[in-house]
Design a protein around this ligand. Structure first.
Ligand code: NCD
Length: 331
């Protein structure tokens, strides 16, 4: 039984009896369209519950979830913690800066040590691509990827999809322009995979310095021109320059030059559809990839709503993985 009362649907999906046959959430790549729809359907119900007076329930009472973040995070970590608490789970945050990782313990030893405490889930963010995929086969706990290097950030793409659905009622047939440092962005990659699976057309708009090696196998259009890239878009997503993930040559990119050519503002958004929504995963560098005016424009920007949907999506993911329903044993 769900603890989220289905009070309204944004979206028609198969009934929730469809089994979510995954043990971990490692990436969007290995989710089917039905898996994605099942998560979004449940998340829509949790979004409604989160706006009600009764935000909490005991769906995951007695379960323990560890947040293991090797990279900085504000919204993702708080969002996972709130999601777990609203489902009645116990949560522990590991402050990596003061943990034994600093004493030279390997990633696998750290994860196996936590796993030995009979915990149920590990939410993990790591600077190396594939870190959660590497540890997952070794542990009893469910692993949830909260961002691995430049690879994927699956719950971000899911919360973005839920936000888009609330405004556009569908994803199939939409044109979504993702702008900025797409080459180093796990958000861009997870979104490109998810949106393509749900039938959207994805455009990546980036300067040549952020060429797109990561996206070679994806069916996306690429442009280095904002006007062309945004033309007729239903959704425009701005991204931060991921300076912590980029090489020395790219570090030389001049912020003012970049902003002149790629900053999203009210003039540039004019190339998109008149009702296009503006998104940003955060943290935003205001004035660089997006202007204050656009980021704060209630007619256009859905940035705060993305954050709100993040809690609901993470509740849905934790519920589907940890609630003891028949989960499959594959990844
Ligand atoms: C993103 C991330 O960490 O990949 N942030 C987030 O989780 N909301 C994007 C970023 O860091 O720029």
């Amino acid at each position: 039984m769900l603890c989220a009362t289905p009070s309204y649907h944004y979206y028609h999906v198969p009934p929730m009896s469809s089994v979510f046959a995954h043990r971990h959430l490692l990436d969007i790549e290995r989710l089917s369209k039905a898996d994605i729809e099942a998560i979004l359907d449940l998340a829509a119900r949790y979004a409604a519950q989160n706006r009600s007076a009764n935000k909490t329930c005991d769906r995951l009472k007695g379960k323990a979830i560890i947040n293991l973040f090797f990279e900085d995070s504000t919204r993702t970590r708080a969002s996972f913690e709130l999601a777990a608490k609203r489902l009645g789970a116990d949560t522990v945050n590991i402050p990596v800066e003061t943990s034994s990782i600093k004493k030279g313990e390997t990633l696998l030893d750290t994860v196996l040590t936590l796993d030995a405490m009979q915990i149920d889930g590990i939410v993990m963010r790591h600077n190396e691509d594939g870190a959660p995929h590497f540890v997952a086969p070794h542990v009893k706990a469910h692993i949830i990827n909260a961002g691995d290097g430049k690879n994927e950030h699956p719950t971000q793409a899911l919360l973005d999809a839920l936000t888009i659905l609330r405004h556009k009622k569908k994803i199939d047939g939409l044109t979504v322009a993702i702008c900025g440092d797409v080459a180093h962005s796990r958000v861009a990659r997870s979104n490109a995979v998810l949106l393509a699976k749900l039938g959207a057309k994805v455009r990546l708009v980036a300067p040549p310095v952020f060429a797109l090696p990561n996206f070679g196998n994806l069916n996306v259009e690429c442009s280095d021109d904002m006007q062309k890239g945004l033309a007729g878009a239903d959704v425009v997503m701005a991204l931060r320059i991921q300076r912590e993930r980029i090489g020395a040559s790219e570090q030389k990119i001049d912020t003012d030059d970049y902003a002149r050519a790629y900053r999203l503002d009210h003039t540039r958004i004019g190339a998109a559809k008149p009702d296009a929504i503006v998104m940003h995963p955060g943290p935003a560098n205001r004035g660089v990839e997006i202007t204050d005016e656009l980021a704060d424009d209630p007619e256009r920007s859905v940035i705060r709503e993305q954050v709100e949907m993040g809690v609901a999506v993470r509740m849905a993911v934790l519920d589907l993985l940890l609630s003891g329903q028949e989960n499959g044993h594959g990844a």
